[in-house]
Design a protein around this ligand. Structure first.
Ligand SMILES: [Zn+2]
Length: 528
């Protein structure tokens, strides 16, 4: 999420989500932190979306919950994905559909939209003109010269803007540390074909629920080899339904059937297309691998993972691959076949872009620190003034004034966690506690204390989770607590909260000595 400000008006470009990693247990998604503009949502002229990926649109429902009237601007496919999401949140948005080549004025921002290709159709780069200068934001993009839909990244438009003078270029960095050029999508066709040709039984394909072009390739291959295909999983069924309806996905007649109808077909005619390519535990593929899904796999089946491996998901993905392999399936993935290419421009394309646009200043965006650094290096290598290439972090404020850019301030930003129905209620501290609960277990110590003496009225009750234990396990804890309470009595400590703290501390120390573990301890004092 990037916020542009001019003459006290705000323009938001993209509002995505981040997916939790293993150290963030229980978190559904992570939102950008717009606390810094929460008091100024009335100044937002629109949220403009570059494309329909979750990391660019996933936060929109949460932003619109705070001010439902913010206009949402984007291409046809992007808006249809957002609308489906907003409907789930019961929000009826104001939408403005745009396409490449069009312009739109919103307050003091004059926008122009340019086609870019990426791993989802209908991506747009956005040129933003204000009195302060011309900014070009590429969104996520690559320069596939043979895209399946023939929609090329508008390099002529990029060059035209470059002629006019781009003051600041915000440019996708995701693949900046990969040398050369990103392979064309169509070069994957032989490897995908081979899967369909060589698999004796069922083919199960897992991909992102938005990768229309990859799924088109799969459908074409399935059709060519006399198979039927079915979509599995809520987001896959929903998004592909939309893509078919709007003509982005072309389905040969009679190819698609309901997943439930697959049971009646011979295995060699079956293709199932599902989500879960990132090892997400609740997605169809993970459940198939764990043997907890209605669809089971076995000898003779091939599972095709037609997707990238997002950093941070490696363990989860290999767990799924191992699970499927153990069940007898042949797993084809980017590690052993040419079944995936990146949706992002590699270093070679980025350099091309810099030389075409010749921006006065560059702000690498999208990607992790190493990608941003690599992209900054590329910009400098093409002759962009070194101190006009900014590597900013989340929260940084970048000023463009008199044709020069600088990081002039910063606002505080945190991860905003969505967990179930709560937004922003889970904190770093509660995640730390969840990790301790998960890794170390929990001991609840219930102490019945005589109000007159301040001492135990009977042995404390210990309820344990995450511990192998029997009746005798926690008996040695009784004298430890007795001694501590006696000491507290001598010092005149009687407040329940103080005594509870004491019990927690003593129990923790005892658990560390006895088990070498540091569980969460919940002390409960009951007056006898
Ligand atoms: Zn994207």
């Amino acid at each position: 999420m990037t916020v542009f400000e001019h003459e006290r008006q705000l323009l938001v470009v993209d509002c995505g989500v981040l997916f939790p990693e293993e150290h963030q247990p229980g978190v559904d998604v992570i939102l950008p932190d717009w606390a810094a503009i929460r008091d100024r949502l009335a100044d937002v002229v629109a949220v403009v979306l570059t494309h329909g990926h979750e990391d660019h649109i996933g936060g929109v429902p949460y932003l619109l919950r705070e001010r439902p009237g913010i206009p949402v601007v984007g291409s046809r496919l992007t808006l249809s994905f957002v609308a489906a999401k907003l409907a789930e949140h019961r929000i009826k948005p104001t939408m403005i559909e745009v396409r490449e080549g069009e312009t739109l004025s919103l307050g003091s921002f004059d926008l122009e939209f340019l086609a870019v290709n990426h791993s989802i159709p209908d991506g747009l780069a956005i040129a933003i003109r204000t009195a302060a200068g011309l900014v070009l934001h590429t969104g996520d993009f690559k320069m596939d010269q043979f895209p399946l839909d023939r929609r090329l990244t508008d390099l002529r438009g990029f060059a035209r803007l470059g002629e006019a003078g781009v003051d600041l270029l915000l440019i996708d960095s995701t693949n900046a540390d990969a040398p050369g050029f990103t392979t064309a999508e169509r070069e994957l066709t032989p490897a995908i074909e081979a899967v369909f040709r060589d698999t004796p039984r069922r083919v199960i394909v897992s991909s992102f629920a938005s990768h229309v072009h990859r799924i088109q390739q799969v459908l074409d291959a399935a059709h060519a080899h006399g198979r039927k295909a079915a979509f599995v999983g809520r987001s896959m069924v929903r998004n592909m339904g939309l893509a078919i309806e709007m003509g982005y996905l072309r389905v040969p007649k009679g190819l698609l059937v309901q997943a439930s109808a697959m049971d009646r077909l011979p295995d060699r005619e079956v293709t199932l297309i599902c989500t879960g390519s990132q090892g997400e535990p609740m997605a169809a593929l993970s459940r198939i691998a764990a043997g907890t899904h209605a669809i089971s796999v076995g000898e003779g089946d091939t599972v095709l993972l037609a997707s990238s491996l997002i950093p941070g998901n490696e363990n989860a993905i290999y767990r799924v691959i191992n699970g499927l392999t153990s069940l007898g399936a042949n797993v084809v993935h980017k590690g052993n076949a040419k079944v995936h290419v990146s949706g992002h421009a590699s270093a070679g394309e980025l350099v091309y872009c810099y030389n075409l646009v010749q921006p006065a200043a560059v702000l690498p965006v999208h990607g992790e620190a190493r990608h941003l650094r690599a992209n900054a290096g590329l910009a400098v290598s093409t002759g962009v003034d070194r101190d006009q290439v900014l590597v900013a972090v989340n929260g940084d404020a970048v000023d463009l004034a008199d044709g020069r850019v600088a990081i002039t301030g910063t606002v505080e930003v945190h991860n905003v966690y969505v967990d179930g129905d709560t937004v922003g209620r889970v904190t770093e501290a509660s995640l730390a506690e969840r990790r301790t609960l998960g890794e170390e277990g929990v001991l609840t110590v219930i102490a019945l204390i005589d109000a007159d003496t301040g001492q135990l009225a009977e042995d404390p009750d210990v309820l344990a989770r995450g511990f192998e234990h029997d009746a005798a396990t926690f008996r040695p804890l009784t004298p430890v607590i007795e001694k501590a309470l006696a000491r507290a009595g001598e010092q005149g400590i009687t407040a329940t909260s103080r005594l509870e703290q004491l019990i927690a501390r003593e129990t923790q120390a005892w658990a560390r000595k006895t088990f070498g573990r540091q569980p969460v301890v919940i002390p409960v004092i009951i007056d006898a």
